[in-house]
Design a protein around this ligand. Structure first.
Ligand SMILES: Nc1ncnc2c1ncn2[C@@H]1O[C@H](COP(=O)(O)OP(=O)(O)OP(=O)(O)O)[C@@H](O)[C@H]1O
Ligand SMILES: [Mg+2]
Length: 413
């Protein structure tokens, strides 16, 4: 059985967040949360200052330990940044005994991996199986036991720069923690905010964080394409600070309190007083002007996302639309702006959890942290039962396990 506590550690550009999940009666309850500002430890999703990052990890973990009343020794953590690359590959083997067994499955996945040359400065983070084909028949999720001559599989391989990955390990270890596993942040966020139907039909998950905006396209229950755009909520704050000649702290506060997209403007004439820099006199700004600054930057990001969806969406239609998560998903009017620019129905993705911490954790900024717990849970289940099924999620978030079996667990890492 999976161990009782599973901890997700999301090391983000603006904050580190530790989420403690407790496996209880075949469900995962979130029982602890700790958050600490990264304070310059990361830039655009990548560690740039070890000491600052370690300090933030310790602080977030201590807070989560206090809340959960436990000692945290190991964590599942995430990775992001523009060094991440995804590539599709295809493997083919001859089925030795004319009936597929587990070693054939392992071999065909290996052959798909070998078809792609991975430079020595990169590491494979995930090899995600899309589907298998036997003698040309595609769409097979579980090939074991099927008769045939030729076994093929399609995989999506996610790699990252060794240096960036090593720095994550280094920070976690220096904070006296072990790394139980590492996952692409957007893959983890998908675990927390997407429904089974969306993953099956096709969905574009947009994690609009502080430093980066990550895109992950899922169809047929698996990740098909991923991309990282090096623009996030911090750029919005920066634009506001430059536009209004005020400090980043003021700009951040104004953004959170009054910022919205043009489509969500209610009192456009309302004037805000923005303190000037270094004792300069304050400036007045209408809410419409603020919304224009925000819209301009968001449109730029969405244009880049649209290009990526077209690139990665080739043959992978996102029929269910988009789900926006990450802290910047809270900008009022963003789903409508996404609807208008991408012509896809959108919603904000809140982590699906229940229990005592439900209202605290139901914030899109915690999607990756919660997702890492669910990812860890999935990994542990697979350890105990390699051909296990991935449990479906009840809306409201607790993970129903054995009794709510739904889908073939098609991911191999
Ligand atoms: N209510 C709000 N309105 C607008 N923006 C918000 C709001 N709350 C948070 N944000 C923005 O969300 C961003 C942080 O999001 P999040 O916590 O998902 O980022 P992160 O995980 O630290 O960074 P990344 O994933 O890019 O590495 C910040 O830019 C913050 O200003
Ligand atoms: Mg993030």
């Amino acid at each position: 059985m999976p161990q009782e506590l599973i901890v997700g550690l999301d090391i983000g550009t603006t904050k580190v967040c530790a989420v403690v999940g407790e496996v209880r009666e075949q469900q995962v309850d979130i029982v602890g949360l700790g958050v600490a500002p990264t304070a310059g430890g990361l830039r655009k999703g990548v560690v740039v200052n070890i000491d600052h990052t370690v300090r933030a990890i310790r602080k977030a973990v201590e807070e989560a330990e206090n809340m959960a009343g436990c000692e945290i020794r190991s964590v599942y953590t995430g990775v992001a940044g523009t060094h991440i690359q995804g590539v599709s590959s295809h493997g083919v083997i001859v089925i030795k005994d004319r009936e597929v067994n587990q070693s054939d499955v392992d071999r065909v996945i290996d052959s798909a991996r070998l078809m792609v040359s991975i430079p020595s400065d990169r590491t494979v983070i995930h090899t995600l199986v899309q589907d298998f084909m036997i003698d040309g028949q595609d769409g097979i999720k579980d090939p074991v036991g099927i008769h045939g001559l030729r076994l093929e599989c399609r995989v999506h391989i996610v790699t990252g720069a060794n240096t960036a990955l090593n720095n994550i390990y280094k920070c976690v270890n220096k904070a006296n923690l072990e790394v139980s596993g590492i996952a692409l942040q957007s893959l983890a966020a998908g675990e927390a905010v997407l429904t089974d139907e969306e993953r099956a039909l096709g969905v574009a998950l947009i994690d609009f964080g502080g430093g980066t905006t990550d895109l992950a396209i899922f169809t047929g229950n698996s990740l098909k394409h991923n991309a990282v755009i090096p623009v996030g909520g911090n750029n919005l704050t920066n634009d506001i600070a430059v536009g209004l000649q005020t400090s980043l702290a003021n700009a951040e506060q104004v953004k959170k309190e009054y910022g919205c997209c043009l489509n969500a403007l209610e009192e456009e004439g309302e004037t805000l007083e923005i303190p000037g820099l270094g004792g300069r006199k304050s400036r007045n700004l209408t809410r419409r002007e603020l919304a224009e600054i925000i819209d301009l930057r968001l449109m730029e990001v969405l244009e880049l996302i649209a290009k990526e969806i077209n690139r990665g969406g080739h043959g992978n239609p996102v029929l269910a639309g988009t789900v926006i998560t990450g802290g910047s998903a809270l900008v009022a009017g963003l789903p409508e702006l996404v609807d208008q620019t991408l012509h896809l129905p959108s919603r904000v993705g809140y982590p699906l959890v229940a229990g005592g911490l439900a209202d605290v954790i139901q914030n899109p900024a915690y999607a990756t942290g919660v997702g890492l717990v669910l990812y860890g849970f999935r990994k542990q289940l697979q350890q105990y039962s390699p051909n296990s099924w991935w449990p479906s999620r009840r809306r409201g978030g607790r993970v129903g396990l054995w009794g709510r079996i739904k889908k073939w667990f098609q991911e191999v890492k």
